[in-house]
Design a binder for this molecule. Structure first.
Ligand code: ADP
Length: 446
């Protein structure tokens, strides 16, 4: 049994995990940098440990400090949240060596899915549909030309170690190919210290649809339906919904079943998300995230299942609390990511929040650690909160979202709230008619 969890994260997700621990009667340890002493999760935790100065590499990414904090406080498990060390196999190995439970999958599974070529190969072997592309790394100009001819233009060159949409280049024709190939390689070398790239068919107007999966590590696995995260800016999701406006029940259950079967074969443990591009009725695997996602609350809203409770249960060796047949998908949910950014230029806007009023009412959830008087430090991600709205239908959900956005007040800094007020009134969004490029076009033409 787990009795004390150290939360190796900050912001809204640290608070989210803390809430789950409190409900389960598990003691909590917050760790924080010197910039985060005032954070809500630090105030609410049973114990807290300062692990270093503001830069993440010296605090939230500092494995030695975090392990030392576990030893000082006697924490027997670590929840990594998302980002930071959540997909760091070495961290999982080190905790294991210290007899501390990592609330997540095995280090091996993190490694497999962290390398994009291995991940894609593994997905294919497990029966998951993948984007047509090179068999592995593309090594030379000749190899690039040959592979692109086989796949057919346009093609996308992607970094094996990629993340955050960096190191990706499109070649529309053979004339663009070598420049795209060599630029992608040098960008990858600069961003990730690894110039390995691979090639995929470039899909013109796909949606981003991802499946939430959960395994118990012993060969049982379930899926919790999909999330549509097509509204993106620079490959960053800003609005997520469940269910996807593009899928019907049969399509949902079919792709969900394929993913759950794959996780069963893999003996996957804990929460995971299998990401797809979806175009003309076909799913194409792009990657798997071996952690909790920012957008997990929309799945919680439509299933009623607390995913962090479930993660802790599985990590404690108690298995899943539900079977596939017991999962009921109910209504529709939308999440808006509230960033401390200018709503048009997306330039970060750190500073002090002078006034904060969160909306309420039926079907409304606000996950945020900020409050009036809180000073947003300039060192971290600009996500300051998430607004999640649930309704019986998508139409009801949108009506509620419009009302709730009018009620939300965050003064003193710029936030992305006004952008969502525009989006919720847009006819394409109302119709669910958007792909992964929609938002960029909308912002460019506005
Ligand atoms: P990262 O790990 O850098 O986020 P992903 O493989 O998840 O990389 O891709 C990020 C985004 O890039 C996707 O959500 C999609 O918008 C776009 N993308 C990725 N692969 C393709 C493809 N084959 N065709 C078109 N767009 C793609």
């Amino acid at each position: 049994m787990i009795s004390k969890i150290l939360i190796a994260n900050r912001g809204e997700i640290a608070l989210r995990v803390l809430r789950a621990c409190k409900e389960l009667g598990i003691a909590t340890v917050a760790v924080h940098s010197t910039a985060d002493s005032d954070a809500m999760h630090v105030r609410l935790a049973d114990e807290s440990v300062c692990i270093g100065p503001p830069p993440s590499r010296d605090s939230y990414l500092n494995i030695h400090q975090i392990v030392a904090a576990c030893e000082i406080t006697g924490a027997d498990a670590v929840h990594p949240g998302y980002g930071f060390l959540s997909e760091n196999a070495k961290f999982a190995d080190i905790l294991d060596a210290h007899g501390i439970t990592f609330i997540g999958p095995t280090a091996d599974h993190i490694r497999i899915m962290g390398d994009k070529i291995t991940a894609k190969q593994t997905a294919q072997d497990l029966g998951i549909p993948v984007v047509p592309g090179s068999a592995g790394e593309v090594l030379s100009d000749e190899d690039a030309i040959k592979t692109a001819r086989e796949i057919g233009y346009p093609v996308l060159i992607k970094a094996t170690a990629g993340g955050g949409g960096r190191g990706m280049k499109v070649a529309k024709t053979e004339e663009d190919l070598l420049e795209a190939f060599n630029t992608a390689r040098s960008e990858a070398a600069n961003a990730f210290g690894n110039d390995s790239v691979y090639m995929e068919k470039y899909l013109g107007k796909p949606r981003h649809i991802e499946i939430q999966v959960f395994g118990d590590g012993a060969g049982n696995a379930i899926h919790l339906g999909e999330r549509d995260c097509s509204l993106q800016r620079r490959h960053q999701k800003i609005w997520e919904e469940a269910n996807s406006p593009a899928l019907n029940v049969e399509q949902r259950m079919k792709i969900g079943q394929i993913c759950a079967d794959a996780m069963r074969k893999l003996k996957y443990r804990g929460a995971g998300t299998i990401e797809f591009l979806y175009e003309n009725g076909e799913f194409y695997f792009i990657e798997m995230n071996t952690r909790l996602q920012v957008e997990h609350p929309v799945t919680e809203a439509i299933t009623g299942i607390d995913l962090v409770h479930e993660q802790i249960r599985v990590a404690s060796g108690n298995g899943l609390s539900v079977t596939q047949d017991e999962i009921v998908f109910s209504g529709h949910a939308i999440e808006c990511r509230i960033n401390a950014e200018d709503p048009r230029t997306f330039v970060p806007s750190p500073g002090t929040i002078t006034h904060f009023h969160a909306p309420g009412g039926l079907g409304v959830r606000v996950d945020s650690g900020v409050y009036a008087g809180y000073k947003i430090p300039p060192y971290y991600d600009s996500l300051i909160g998430k607004l999640i709205v649930h309704g019986r239908t998508r139409v009801e959900c949108m009506m509620r979202l419009r009302r709730v956005l009018d009620e939300f007040v965050i003064d003193g800094i710029k936030t992305t709230l006004p952008l969502f007020q525009d989006l919720v009134s847009n006819p394409d969004i109302a119709n669910g008619d958007y792909d992964i490029h929609w938002l960029e076009h909308y912002l460019a033409n506005d």
